[in-house]
Write a protein that binds this ligand. Sequence first.
Ligand SMILES: NC(=O)c1ccc[n+]([C@@H]2O[C@H](COP(=O)([O-])OP(=O)(O)OC[C@H]3O[C@@H](n4cnc5c(N)ncnc54)[C@H](OP(=O)(O)O)[C@@H]3O)[C@@H](O)[C@H]2O)c1
Length: 208
Amino acid sequence: MRIGILGPGNVGRALAGAWRAAGHDVVIGSRTPDEVTPHDAGVPIVSTASAVDAADVVVNATPGTASLALLTSVGAPALAGKVLLDVAVGMTEAGDLSHLRESLGEELQRAFPDTPVVKTLCTIDRLVMIAPDSLEGPSTVFLSGEDATAKKTVRGLLHDLGWPPESLLDLGGIATARGQEHFSLLFLGIAGGLGSYRFGVRVVPLST
Ligand SMILES: NC(=O)c1ccc[n+]([C@@H]2O[C@H](COP(=O)([O-])OP(=O)(O)OC[C@H]3O[C@@H](n4cnc5c(N)ncnc54)[C@H](OP(=O)(O)O)[C@@H]3O)[C@@H](O)[C@H]2O)c1
């Protein structure tokens, strides 16, 4: 799979290394590719437009307050037909959620109707994203999106990060991304209580 990850930050670098190790053709997109530190594992860092152009799956690993503007600068035609795997959460400088009534995921899906958006992984620290078996037990990762084919593609990519099928919980349409993004507040609370960002949450249904 050709993957273009937008944002050479903490998340972008972690996912890039893991998917490259799984055999995917990965590039990272930056607004200033000549100015950023090279990737540890040598994943190429190219312009934002080149990363989108080279990809079947575009991963949004940029600040959620900046994602719409960045993707708009790329343009809907360049994104059309590609899956947009959206990891981002919008937080203000004061640490509040920027998207209160509508999630970033919904906003992006509305702005780019020909690009199926799948929100996932935003409830998990970057180091756990790529090493779910580093936790003491199984945990849950969520998916939100309208397009079944795009979700199937993303399920495959999650599998390649080490997430077994029983860990994946499809929440439904892209409107459910709001819950994933708003979980950030609880995530930060748990991290404060636990003294670590490296944890998972597990959905435990009633026994039958
Ligand atoms: N850190 C985590 O563990 C974690 C977990 C779950 C979700 N997330 C979400 O994932 C996204 C990425 O997180 P991160 O920790 O990787 O962030 P980060 O380290 O700050 O990296 C974000 C990258 O986005 C790019 N970018 C594009 N437009 C930007 C703009 N207008 N302002 C600033 N940067 C811009 C920057 O690269 P260039 O300047 O080179 O373009 C930057 O390297 C965020 O939305 C975050 O909420 C993070």
